[in-house]
Design a protein around this ligand. Structure first.
Ligand SMILES: Nc1ncnc2c1ncn2[C@@H]1O[C@H](COP(=O)(O)OP(=O)(O)OP(=O)(O)O)[C@@H](O)[C@H]1O
Length: 302
């Protein structure tokens, strides 16, 4: 198992999400969630399916306007507009890969750099010295990122022809091209084999070692607990637990949330009871149609 020690004590908040609520009609997908990510940290966000993780990410990155709450990056409240959030210094990848499939690997990274280039339209049209210099710098920076992510040898391949694991890496390279101070990764190892997952872990450590804080959603618990300095657990839109991997792993509420076992004080105990009752009824129905009439069965047991 690879480990990486966090070099600096992580105390300076980079991201500060405060009391974020996101409602879709009658559904509260994220309910009053506050979360900080400090400089130098890798923080994990876990929770069962439908817990609100991606919705929370979308609130952080300006894709959704939170119903309530604020999101600050380096002490400045972010406007809920994705391009302004990227400009401020937050980059992200998506659960469903979103590459430009018919562009090359290099072109995809160059697109990611767009927010950091200052050359205007006239300069680009006239292709003057300023534009050529900027183009050369962009190219060099993109190639450095491809080296960093291990994709340099694929620079001229079309994105759609890359194996799945490399597409995920390319998404990360493209996100890094915007020179973020915080990188949000939404299920970076989904669909990866163990070797690719191991490589992804090394890559995230290397990103952190470059001074970029990371917030990562992932279902692969081994990956999360090996990787993260701190983990927050969302259940039904609410933050249930937050702490070091050891603390979170030992918390019985987390185990219960994943196994679906009701626990004291948990939201939704009534729903669990309802589902159990419905399942029992369905099982009864199945028995009575496949074996003997219900009245007989009842007679047997009484
Ligand atoms: N745009 C939307 N409109 C309405 N409901 C939504 C929307 N986006 C998400 N939801 C609902 O919000 C809840 C949280 O969904 P979300 O995708 O954030 O969960 P998640 O924790 O990321 O799940 P998963 O691990 O399966 O990706 C779900 O009930 C989902 O159906």
């Amino acid at each position: 198992m690879t480990t990486s020690t966090n070099p600096a004590p992580a105390t300076t908040p980079v991201l500060d999400a405060n009391g974020v609520i996101m409602r879709f009609g009658g559904l509260t997908a994220v309910n009053n969630v506050s979360l900080q990510v400090n400089a130098g940290e890798i923080v994990g966000l876990i929770g069962p399916n439908g817990a609100g993780k991606t919705t929370f990410f979308n609130c952080l990155t300006g894709l959704y306007v939170p119903t309530e709450g604020t999101v600050s990056y380096k002490d400045k409240v972010l406007p809920p507009r994705s391009h302004l959030v990227t400009q401020a210094g937050i980059a992200r990848t998506f659960q469903n890969i979103r590459l430009f499939a018919n562009m090359t690997v290099l072109e995809n990274v160059l697109v990611g750099r767009h927010t950091r280039t200052k050359e205007g339209l006239w300069s680009a049209l006239l292709r003057g010295p300023g534009f050529k210099k900027a183009e050369r710098e962009s190219h060099e920076a993109a190639m450095e990122l491809l080296e960093f992510t291990g994709l340099a040898h694929k620079r001229d391949h079309l994105a759609r022809n890359l194996p799945y694991g490399e597409q995920r890496k390319l998404e990360i390279a493209r996100a890094l091209a915007s020179q973020p101070g915080l990188l949000l990764l939404d299920e970076p190892t989904a669909g990866m084999n163990p070797q690719e997952t191991q490589a992804a872990q090394e890559l995230v450590f290397a990103i952190r070692d470059q001074g970029i804080a990371v917030l990562v959603i992932e279902h692969d618990m081994r990956f999360i607990f090996n990787l993260c300095d701190r983990v927050a657990v969302l259940v039904r839109g609410e933050k249930l637990v937050e702490g070091t991997p050891d603390v979170v792993q030992a918390d019985e509420r987390v185990v219960a949330a994943y196994l679906g076992t009701p626990f004291e004080g948990a939201p939704g105990d009534e729903e669990v009871a309802e589902v159990r009752a419905a399942e029992a009824k369905a099982a009864d129905g199945a028995t009575s149609t496949t074996s003997k009439p219900r009245t007989e069965e009842e007679g047997d047991t009484e």
